[in-house]
Each structure stands twice: as structure tokens, then as C-alpha cells.
Design a protein around this ligand. Structure first.
Ligand SMILES: Nc1ncnc2c1ncn2[C@@H]1O[C@H](COP(=O)(O)OP(=O)(O)O)[C@@H](O)[C@H]1O
Ligand SMILES: N[C@@H](CCOP(=O)(O)O)C(=O)O
Length: 320
């Protein structure tokens, strides 16, 4: 999380009274994450997560996100599910924000992913894609190629404060990616943010997924490219081809990639790096005063982008 919004004891008690969860036992802000305000809520009925949806979440998309969690859980994927209030609604309002309570998921995210984690992430990503196939709501990806330039425009004038020359480099990237972004690959519901902090493990075994608030309909292989970026680089910026090979193999065990999808991987990974670079750049330059949040470093994604830009063969990803 982050905590962007304060919730008073009175408004919280009134909100929780709208649910069949008994009385409130404790309540505290969670310091991980960057998008929404999240709180760990303990009531007589157990532990829950209360989320207040912040700036980047469009209220009209919430039925998609909350419905998707119910759909995926019904398909056997372990993920939080929204709790319905006594009114029957999963979506409420608290502190002038849309708000929901979801079930608490046991498990821990890994800080230093290993090859076996990457294999399991590849597998679960393909499971997610299969489970989403018959979800009947759709949501366009607002952070796909057509959204990148307007997003960049919000930071363009200040980009060089982060790194001299960044503005020009990003202009060139946008031109290049807009000109050749693949459009005819298989699509479906994608998670779009399956980073290590959103995957839980119990011991060595992947136990569940959280944070569906970027989920949307887009290219399935783009989701794999997002995971390659998030899981397969080392802290010293080196790309770990063994992790990428394991992840792609895990994915392909459940859903083989077409030749066209394989060939598009460098481009998709480059685009995915640009997408996270741009949201991080914006956030870096506009942390709200008083917010409990640690903005993420945009330059981490510049180095990833440059790596993919220089890739000449799929062997770089361990794909034969
Ligand atoms: N359902 C859940 N069960 C257990 N912990 C959760 C759950 N949802 C969120 N969390 C905790 O809250 C943190 C932030 O949640 P996340 O959805 O990633 O926030 P954001 O979307 O704001 O970045 C997670 O890293 C995790 O520690
Ligand atoms: N994963 C994104 C930021 C979104 O944060 P999350 O806590 O919702 O995963 C990034 O790393 O830029």
C-alpha cells in the first residue's frame, strides 16, 4: 500500500457496522504498495483487508476488479474475494473514497525470487489466463501503448530532473514502440501487475495472488513480458536468463506460446518496461504531501528497457 487517506475511528466503525463482521478489534495501515490505501482490519469475524481506491483507479472499473476476484476464486485460483455488506453490495464509500473489504490471504511475498519461484509464477500466470477466459466483463488497458504518450506528457518537462537526457530517450522510445507494437496476438484478461509483492508463497509453494487493480483485456504474452521484467533481473541490474527460461517454460507447460508470441517477446518486454517507467516517473515527481508511501525508482525500468532494446535473439530469454 501506502496510506493516502486518513480514516477516523467513527467513520470506520460506522462502515464496518454495515457488514456482518462483528465489532472492530484493530485497524492499521499497511506500508507496502503504492497505488491505493490499504488497512489490515481485525474484527470478531477474523482478518480482512480494507482498500480505499485512490487516484489511478477509475470508479467505473471497480465492478470489473471485484467481479474478477470472485470469478477467479470460483475457478480455483487462490485470491482474495470481496466481502458483501448487509446491503448485498461489495463496493461502499469511506472517507469520500470508493472502498471495499476483501478476505485476507495467508502467505508471504519473496524479496529475492529464485528460479523455482519464477517457474511457479509462469505456471500460475497461464492458469490465470485460462481462468479469465470466460469472465464476462471487459476492461480496456488504459496503460497500453496508446496511453503511454499522454502519461509521458504529464512528466515530460521534468523528466531530465531524474536523469539528464531522459526526455529525449523516452520520446524516441515512444515513437519506436508506437510504430511497431503488435496488435494481432492472442488476447484475454491479464493481471498486468504480477510483481513479486503481489504473489504469495507458503514455504516454497506459491499460495495465491493479490492486487487485481490493473487487470484488463490485453495481449496475453504482454503479461508474461511484465513478469519477466519484474522477476528476472537481479539487484545489480543483470538479466537472469535462467529465471526467464524457467518462467517461460512454466508458462508454456500450461499454455504454449505461438511462434508470433515468442518472436514478439523482446518488443513486449520493452513496452512493459516503458509502461512501468512512465507510471513510476509520474509518481516520483508527484508524491502527495503527507502520504505514507515510498515511490519506486523509475530508472530501474530504464535499464530494463535498454536491455530489451538491445536483444537480438530469443535466446536472450532462454527461448529456443
Ligand atoms: N488480501 C490480502 N491478504 C493479505 N495481505 C494483503 C491483501 N491485500 C493486500 N495485502 C497486503 O497489502 C499490501 C499492499 O497491497 P496492494 O494490493 O499491492 O496495494 P497497492 O495496489 O496499493 O499497491 C500487500 O503487499 C500485502 O502485504
Ligand atoms: N508494480 C508497480 C507499482 C504498482 O504497485 P503494487 O504495489 O500495486 O504492485 C511498479 O513496480 O511500478
Amino acid at each position: 500500500m501506502a496510506v493516502y487517506t486518513d480514516v477516523s475511528d467513527e467513520e470506520l466503525a460506522a462502515f464496518v457496522a454495515g457488514y456482518d463482521l462483528g465489532t472492530l478489534v484493530s485497524f492499521k495501515g499497511i506500508a507496502e504498495g503504492v497505488e491505493n490505501s490499504n488497512f489490515l482490519l481485525r474484527t470478531q469475524a477474523g482478518q480482512y483487508i480494507l482498500t480505499l481506491y485512490e487516484k489511478r483507479v477509475n470508479e467505473g472499473d471497480l465492478p470489473f476488479f471485484l467481479g474478477l476476484m470472485d470469478h477467479l476464486a470460483a475457478k480455483g485460483l487462490n485470491c482474495p474475494t470481496p466481502v458483501k455488506a448487509k446491503s448485498g453490495e461489495a463496493l461502499g464509500r469511506l472517507a469520500d473514497r470508493p472502498a471495499a473489504i476483501v478476505t485476507f490471504l495467508d502467505g508471504m511475498s519473496v524479496r529475492r525470487p529464485r528460479v523455482s519461484h519464477c517457474t511457479q509464477v509462469g505456471e500460475v500466470l497461464a492458469d490465470f489466463h485460462a481462468a479469465g477466459r470466460d469472465f464476462d466483463l471487459t476492461r480496456e488497458n488504459a496503460l497500453s501503448v496508446s496511453g503511454w504518450r499522454p502519461l509521458f506528457d504529464l512528466s515530460r518537462e521534468r523528466a531530465d530532473e531524474v536523469l539528464p537526457g531522459l526526455r529525449n530517450e523516452l520520446e524516441r522510445e515512444l515513437d519506436a514502440l508506437e510504430a511497431c507494437w503488435p496488435r494481432d496476438l492472442p488476447t484475454g484478461v491479464i493481471h498486468a501487475d504480477l510483481f513479486p509483492d503481489n504473489v504469495f508463497f507458503l514455504g516454497e509453494t506459491l499460495s495465491g495472488l493479490i492486487d487485481f487493480y490493473f487487470a484488463c483485456n490485453d495481449l496475453l504474452a504482454y503479461d508474461l513480458a511484465i513478469c519477466i521484467n519484474a522477476w528476472c533481473f537481479e539487484p545489480d541490474r543483470q538479466f537472469n536468463v535462467t529465471k526467464a527460461r524457467a518462467m517461460v517454460a512454466g508458462y508454456q507447460r500450461r499454455r504454449p506460446l505461438s511462434k508470433a508470441e515468442q518472436e514478439a517477446l523482446p518488443l513486449l518486454a520493452r513496452g512493459s518496461a516503458l509502461r512501468f517507467l512512465l507510471t513510476r516517473l509520474y509518481d516520483w515527481l508527484s508524491v502527495p504531501p503527507g502520504a505514507l508511501v515510498v515511490p519506486k525508482n523509475p530508472l530501474e525500468y530504464l535499464y530494463k528497457l535498454r536491455f530489451h532494446r538491445d536483444v537480438t535473439s530469443l535466446a536472450a530469454y532462454g527461448v529456443a
